[in-house]
Design a binder for this molecule. Structure first.
Ligand SMILES: [Ca+2]
Ligand SMILES: [Ca+2]
Ligand SMILES: [Ca+2]
Length: 520
């Protein structure tokens, strides 16, 4: 399919209706576009704004020969490989721009025309990623990587007598291990001088940061950059970091991810943005984040954590322990120097607490609904608050129980009609009240038949059973009072007695109360 033009007539037709002849003719490459390949769009002389749809393109060697032409794609969506030839894309026209493409080959891009611009380009070359012989080329916000151990990232050459100057802003130069990040070369004894100026450059991953051939006719200088590797005659000013270990600066040294860690000491050390400098970084993020720019190609832009809040019991009882858990919260920079640092809890009951661990216990003394939130802070101080989580605290207090008759430690005669009564109340209502009447000791101090003797109100007889397994029966309960009458004369045997009242409220809280009394 290489070079096949789908419908060139359509593009020409569209042009015919374009009122201003000087206006850029947009040509779309890829699925749904007019051209299947970039080469086909380049072959159409009308195309000056070539937009490449997402995809992977295998192309015969490409040449952008016209002036004032742009090839663009959304960064990270288009990969261009070469089917043949040492150079994937040659830019020989003047004032051309390549934007957003990821290109790989022996040499990914060669710029021979004047004032060529690479913007947000990912270039990988097994010889050299980008080779510049034309005047005044600019590399912006790009990633120039070596494809082999010996590959260079950027080569700027003077091949004729004219001097050559190139500049780069917010660009990463990651050459092969034994290659050079930036190589400046005046080709022969009669060739012109070469000057390369770098601002916000990151040169890392290779033994040589720069190679100047020869140093007498070449000049490479960097400011507000990170330059690691031997300088080889390159000039770096005091604003450039050359010494901080890679591990302290970069997200992934082994994976050659030379974007900054959240805790990199070069953050905010780059001052303001210069008048002619890029206001976005190598990722397309804002160049100035925080009080100042960062050194190197990448501006570290912190993102607040995504808070998550869970509770183990959304309907707890009063005074019971509730566990709030924010451990599912995530900080986007957790893997490289960020991470969760602090949790500010608001329990919705007027109390707050701060922890460094993601879970906390809390209990509510009062019933009611409470809106709980947690504000999660990352290591860089950014914070986000969870959506409120409602906890409905139910009654957790047992019923209030009291004896009116008998009084504690009362002594009474056994053979009279007896009334047992008292208070049984609860804010949320009482389900039922039960009473147990048992004789624990005879007047001689012994247990009746070695056990306890209980009153069975239905049979009005005594029952003998274990003292630890009392016999309860339900009693009347009305308006916060409970009562039980022995109905006529019931003979309480002399000795020691206990009366136990127990009740359950409508949320299931149990309470009990016991009085001891004597019968003679
Ligand atoms: Ca900054
Ligand atoms: Ca960034
Ligand atoms: Ca963060």
């Amino acid at each position: 399919m290489a070079g096949r033009i789908l419908a060139p007539a359509l593009c020409a037709l569209a042009l015919a209706f374009t009122p201003a002849a000087a206006q850029a003719a947009t040509c779309v490459v890829g699925t749904g576009g007019t051209y299947l390949t970039i080469g086909a769009a380049l072959a159409d002389k009308a195309c000056t704004d070539i937009q490449v749809r997402p995809g992977s393109y295998r192309e015969a060697p490409l040449t952008l020969a016209r002036d004032d032409t742009t090839i663009s794609a959304t960064p990270g969506t288009v990969t261009v490989l070469s089917t043949a030839g040492a150079t994937v894309l040659t830019v020989s026209g003047d004032d051309d721009t390549v934007r957003g493409l990821t290109i790989a080959g022996a040499t990914a891009v060669r710029i021979t025309g004047a004032r060529g611009v690479l913007d947000r380009v990912g270039a990988t070359g097994t010889t050299t990623a980008v080779d510049i012989t034309g005047p005044a080329a600019k590399v912006l916000r790009s990633l120039l990587a070596g494809g082999d151990a010996t590959s260079d990232a950027l080569l700027v050459r003077a091949t004729g007598t004219a001097n050559r100057a190139a500049s780069a802003d917010s660009t990463i130069f990651a050459a092969g291990a034994s290659g050079a990040g930036v190589r400046a070369r005046s080709e022969t004894a009669s060739s012109g001088d070469v000057a390369v100026t770098l601002v916000h450059a990151t040169i890392a991953g290779s033994q040589r940061a720069a190679l100047l051939e020869p140093a007498s006719r070449t000049d490479v200088r960097a400011q507000r950059s990170i330059v690691h590797g031997t300088l080889g005659g390159m000039t770096v000013d005091a604003s450039t970091d050359t010494t901080t270990p890679d591990e302290q600066l970069f997200r992934g040294v082994t994976g050659r991810d030379f974007r900054l860690r959240a805790d990199a000491p070069v953050i905010d050390k780059g001052g303001a943005i210069g008048a002619t400098e890029s206001d976005t970084d190598v990722e397309g993020e804002q160049r100035l984040f925080g009080p100042a720019t960062d050194l190197g190609a990448d501006e570290f832009v912190n993102h607040a954590p995504n808070p998550a809040l869970a509770v183990n019991r959304p309907r707890p009882r009063q005074n019971s322990v509730v566990r709030f858990d924010a451990s599912a919260s995530v900080d986007p920079e957790a893997g490289y120097g960020g991470g969760l640092a602090r949790f500010e809890w608001d329990f919705g009951d007027g109390t707050t607490e701060t922890t460094t661990t993601p879970a906390i216990d809390h209990s509510y003394p009062e019933t009611g609904p409470y809106a709980v939130t947690v504000q999660v802070f990352d290591a860089q101080g950014a914070a986000a608050t969870s959506t409120p989580l409602t906890v409905r605290v139910r009654d957790g207090l047992p019923p209030t129980l009291r004896f009116i008759h008998p009084h504690p430690s009362a002594t009474m005669l056994g053979s009279v009609r007896r009334r047992f009564s008292g208070v049984a109340s609860d804010r949320n209502g009482i389900r039922a009240v039960y009473l147990s009447l048992r004789q624990t000791k005879l007047s001689n101090g012994r247990r009746p038949r070695g056990r306890c003797r209980y009153i069975n109100p239905r049979t009005r007889r005594y029952v003998y059973r274990s003292c630890t397994r009392p016999l309860f029966f339900r009693v009347k309960h009305r308006k916060g009072r409970w009562s039980y009458d022995t109905r006529g004369r019931f003979f309480f045997r002399p000795g020691r007695w206990q009366a136990t009242i127990k009740a359950t409220d409508k949320t299931g809280n149990h309470g009990s109360r016991t009085v001891k009394f004597a019968v003679r």
